[in-house]
Design a protein around this ligand. Structure first.
Ligand code: UDP
Length: 316
């Protein structure tokens, strides 16, 4: 039975990765310190004999007994709200944590995949973003802790590939949403959906003309799994090119929730907020024969039902 280690496996994307790997016949071990993840995301696996998890911080060292075939290094806070309060942890887990995970991959002869981000392109001057674009990042801006941490993590990954022959891969994740996102996460999908469901004002930041392209979680996981099991190293964009302005997005969520909430404008929390973002997914199509199949309406409908369940159960 192949054995996988998922760092950050109690997080939104990490926990879905665990489900996917278990369905593929893997034994799965998770390391997570629950900084932004939640044990609730793994509670449905409590009776799964091929699954185990440990509360540990991969930035403090990684000891793993026995064999491991593949390491998915997914541990990192990822919401812009976390950039203000968890900057050092973000830099550490993508720097030292990535180093620790790559050392483990080298020692065990394991494959390695780091979940990087569209934030490596910063506030992009090339649109849509192709993988060969180097980006437009302010290293000392409010998003710098995340953008530079992931850029450093990519550089570390490539160094281990080049100099140590580790079969190390990079995927760049664009905005993704779905079940198990934290309601209080601060990102636009939980914010807008939570506000719409409660009848609170929907807070559009800035003019609302900035764009994002949203991918449903199962589509993203399919792309990542295909890259991990392919002969390609990346970097490969993974996302859905369906682009919306934030104002259009607020209107869409209002419609899908049937909410009477008013849309209000608030100042942009950061001057570095990217003005536009859309993945060029040519590589994803050509390399791993994949493109998203879940429409925004369908994905949002499922996500709204999930958040409604949480709110009805008393979640804040
Ligand atoms: N945003 C917004 N209202 C909110 C939360 C976010 O208008 O309540 C905007 C934010 O300014 C950004 C976009 O939505 O332009 C996406 O923000 P998010 O925090 O989800 O992730 P980002 O793509 O910026 O990392």
């Amino acid at each position: 039975m192949p054995r996988a280690l998922v760092t950050g496996g109690a997080g939104f994307l990490g926990s879905h990765m665990c489900d996917r790997l278990l369905a593929e016949g893997y034994e799965v071990v998770v390391f997570d310190n629950l900084l932004t993840g939640s044990a609730d995301n793994l509670s449905h696996l409590a009776n799964e004999p091929r699954f185990s998890w440990e509360n540990t911080d991969v930035s403090n060292g990684l000891s793993f007994p026995g064999e491991v075939d593949v390491i998915y290094h997914m541990a990192s806070p990822a919401s812009p709200v976390d950039f203000a309060t968890k900057a050092v942890e973000i830099l550490r887990v993508n720097g030292v944590g990535t180093y620790n995970a790559l050392e483990l991959a080298k020692a065990k002869g394991a494959r390695f995949l780091i979940t990087s981000t569209s934030e490596v392109y910063g506030d992009p001057l090339v649109h849509p973003q192709t993988e060969d674009y180097w980006g437009n990042v302010n290293p000392i801006g409010t998003r710098g802790c995340y953008d530079e941490a992931k850029r450093y993590g990519e550089a570390m990954t490539i160094a281990y590939r080049r100099y140590h022959g580790v079969d190390a891969k990079i995927v760049r994740i664009f905005n993704t949403y779905g079940e198990r996102m934290r309601l209080s996460d601060g990102r636009v999908v939980p914010n807008f959906v939570g506000q719409a469901l409660r009848g609170d004002p929907i807070t559009v930041y800035g003019t609302g003309q900035q764009t994002r392209s949203f991918c449903y979680v199962s589509d993203l996981l399919e792309g990542i799994f295909r890259l991990a099991t392919s002969e390609h190293a990346g970097p490969m964009n993974c996302g859905n090119p369906t682009e919306r302005t934030m104002l259009e997005f607020a209107q869409e969520i209002k419609r899908l929730t049937g909410s009477a909430s008013e849309i209000v404008y608030e100042p942009l929390p950061t001057a570095d907020d990217p003005k536009q973002r859309r993945p060029d997914i040519t590589r994803m199509k050509e390399w791993v024969n994949w493109e998203p199949v879940v429409s925004l309406e369908e994905g949002l409908t499922r996500t709204i039902a999930y958040f409604k369940g949480k709110i009805d159960a008393g979640a804040k």
